[in-house]
Design a protein around this ligand. Structure first.
Ligand SMILES: Nc1ncnc2c1ncn2[C@@H]1O[C@H](COP(=O)(O)OP(=O)(O)OP(=O)(O)O)[C@@H](O)[C@H]1O
Ligand SMILES: [Mg+2]
Length: 469
């Protein structure tokens, strides 16, 4: 590269004084223009082949009319184009879902790949620090595929060798700003491949009215609201325990009441009992009539009610032992759902030490042994602070509504949840936009799902309670 220095101790000659006579010059190899041209043409042709291979329909839709237009004039070109457009239009009107699935979303994905992701890919990768410059060569992660659906674009990405998903999840802000989206989710598709999800708009921005009470009694997954992709959000309560954490006004009540609402027919049929612990006296007292006397607000009464639940559980366990290993709700053995609003009032913040220990022990017993005998716990929690968090691990399924600090997200949902896109600290504090919005992490999947609970108003609760009286 450099001119050879005379002598065998060059460092003596090299001087840092400004007027030094020693100059390093890189050797420049002149490339003939023809070689540069050939390389450009080869790249262009390869690009065309790649385009035809990856997007044959889109290319044909442009190339066929253009070819006809050039060869026979625009009138001839219109001959296949007009019927095709009319057929598409008719399809779109007559059967919109299949049209969107087969044509609409694919066209949108192509347009967004062409206009946004392909165009900004290299700059965003470089500035975000996801591309690497090694020995004069630039290595950029490969954008394999873009798909779109009603609310988001999904990018399949081939990471650089040696990269980890965490390198990407640490940069979700760079990525979302870079591609003009509100947020970005990172999920591993398989070894070396990621799927980045960029929502185009927020389908959960508007509140959802209380859902209709189901027609048939069911203890199966209860519809609580909607998921980000528009599908119903079904929450399993029978056979698990659920913890809901959120700052004050985050909408914990709407999850509790939506769950109760979904279980109403089964309650009426005698297959479900809801036992309510309401230490704040505000949330569940509204629907007291629904709980058939299993309602407690005073901490001592709460402890008694929990002990009773534990004793029901033990009795069932003794009867079931050796006979059945899982619970099916019956009139004799209904599913008992213990609903606790603001569980920390009963545990961490309870000043009576004996009572606190009694309640904590009962909760721990219920959550560790209740699953198989049909006793479940649905608990709400306001401030997920350290002293409260030892109860977190007792709950297999967790929901984080709006939280005050980013560290609290992992405290509620478990390590790495925020990195995977559970931005519970960014949920809007305005009730109409953010109340009831949260992230769910189920026992079966590490990826948090964004959801919004339907809002069960005081009027709805009164109507529900009235039905039972
Ligand atoms: N799912 C929802 N959709 C729209 N608005 C909601 C929803 N849930 C709650 N809200 C609004 O937010 C307000 C506070 O909700 P809620 O009382 O359920 O919060 P919380 O989390 O229980 O708060 P706290 O910890 O203070 O009891 C409600 O009065 C209502 O106006
Ligand atoms: Mg509340």
């Amino acid at each position: 590269m450099f001119k050879r220095m005379p002598g065998d101790e060059p460092h003596r000659i090299v001087s840092t004084t400004p007027d030094t006579a020693v100059v390093f010059k890189p050797a420049v190899v002149q490339t003939p223009a023809i070689i540069t041209l050939v390389i450009f043409i080869a790249r262009f042709v390869a690009g065309l082949f790649r385009l035809a291979w990856r997007h044959p329909i889109a290319l044909a839709a442009v190339a066929v009319p253009a070819g006809l237009c050039l060869t026979y004039g625009w009138r001839v070109a219109l001959l296949p184009v007009v019927p095709a457009l009319v057929a598409m239009g008719a399809w779109a009107v007559l059967d919109r879902p299949t049209f969107l699935r087969w044509v609409g979303w694919r066209l949108l994905a192509f347009a967004r790949w062409f206009w946004i992701y392909r165009r900004h890919w290299q700059p965003v990768m470089t500035v975000a620090g996801l591309a690497r410059h090694i020995s004069g060569r630039e290595y950029v992660p490969r954008l394999v595929k873009v798909t779109s659906d009603s609310w988001a674009d999904r990018l399949t990405v081939r990471m650089l060798d040696g990269q980890a998903a965490k390198d990407w999840s640490d940069r979700i802000e760079n990525l979302s700003h870079g591609f003009g989206s509100e947020s970005c989710r990172v999920a591993v598709a398989k070894a070396g491949r990621l799927v980045l999800t960029f929502p185009r708009h927020d389908p959960l921005a508007a509140p959802i009215a209380a859902l209709p009470i189901p027609g048939t009694p069911t203890v199966g997954p209860v519809e609580i609201g909607r998921q980000e992709d528009g599908s119903p959000w079904l929450l399993r309560l029978h056979g698990t325990h659920v913890l809901v954490a959120g700052a004050t006004g985050a909408g914990k009540g709407s999850i509790i009441w939506s769950a109760i609402r979904g279980l109403m027919p089964a309650m009426r049929a005698g297959l479900v009992e809801i036992w309510a612990l309401d230490p704040k006296l505000m949330e569940l007292s509204y629907g007291k009539a629904l709980f058939g006397g299993r309602y407690a607000a005073d901490p001592a009464d709460c402890a008694d009610l929990l002990d009773e639940a534990v004793s029901v559980m033990h009795k069932r366990a003794a009867r079931f032992a050796g006979v059945q290993r899982s619970h099916t709700p019956t009139l004799d053995d209904p599913f008992v759902l213990v609903v606790v609003d603001e569980v920390a009032f009963l545990t961490a913040y309870q000043s009576d030490r004996q009572l606190r220990q009694r309640i904590s022990a009962a909760l721990a017993t219920l959550t560790t042994q209740g699953r198989a005998v049909g006793v479940g716990v649905l608990a709400a929690l306001q401030g997920p602070r350290k002293e409260v968090m030892n109860i977190r691990n007792l709950f297999p399924d967790k929901i984080a509504l709006r939280l005050d600090e980013s560290e609290q997200v992992d405290m509620v949902l478990g390590d790495g949840a925020r990195d995977r896109g559970a931005l519970a600290d960014r949920i809007s504090p305005r009730p109409e936009r953010g109340a009831g919005v949260g992230y769910v992490r189920l026992e079966i999947s590490p990826d948090p799902i964004r959801v919004r609970a339907a809002y069960v108003s005081d009027y709805d609760i009164r109507a529900m309670a009235g039905e039972v009286r």
